[in-house]
Design a protein around this ligand. Sequence first.
Ligand code: NDP
Length: 247
Amino acid sequence: MKLNGKVALVTGASRGIGAAIASKLASLGCDVAINYAGNIQKAEETLNSVKAYGVNAQIYQANVANYEEVEAMTKQIIKDFGHLDIIINNAGITSDNLMMRMDQDSFDSVIDVNLKGTWNVCKSITRPILKQRSGVIINLSSVVGINGNVGQVNYAASKAGVIGLTKSLAKEFASRNIRVNAVAPGYVKSDMTAKLSEEITEKVLENIPLGQLGEVEDIANAVAFLVSDEARYITGQVLVVDGGMAI
Ligand code: NDP
């Protein structure tokens, strides 16, 4: 697999899965635009890891939930790198609570970042990517978006929405040689899951046939395959990477 000459945008690449995706793509020769929300120190760490592969890279602060910020970012990336071939909508948040206790802000903020944020990025690059007549988009969903989960009505709705968006966009963009797929991780070790109690983690582990939690690299490897030419005939799909948890 080689991605030399390609330029990728990875949203939420300062930490966790996004940082691993940025490094994996760089290891395949891809130039990388690293987006982050607020953690500049972590974004710079990703930048250093990516640059160690000898590719071009830059960091871009933008809140994906804000369309104006997203549009300014993608315009700047295209100006800086000349083109944009691979878009990874990875930025995401949780705000878990039982329905009884979940407030409106909690619902709105998760939808705004996870679902509207994905739409914002896709919308902002629609014109240039259609004109280019080539490109690949990967949206991070979750097994929770497929099966639902107690305490995650907001998150599950956002990630199910991402799947609908992915399939619709795959149909719209296919005639222009642009593939759109989703990756649905199970339980992956990151800051997002570090918030969960030991008890919950133990319970999750009991339900994973492969007997271990996922590593960020497991998701990055799946993404790398889907963006490569080896996946040229795959579009509109949801690749579940969960150690068998959702079987
Ligand atoms: P982390 O919490 O470890 O990292 C989240 C990343 O998203 C950070 O880089 C953060 O930036 C960025 N981010 C958050 N909000 C925004 C925003 N408004 N605009 C731009 N960037 C933002 O998450 P994970 O790495 O665990 O998750 C990555 C993706 O994978 C998410 O979409 C998540 O829902 C999905 N996923 C994760 C699973 C898991 O088990 N970990 C399971 C299933 C899906 P900053 O550092 O600046 O705050």
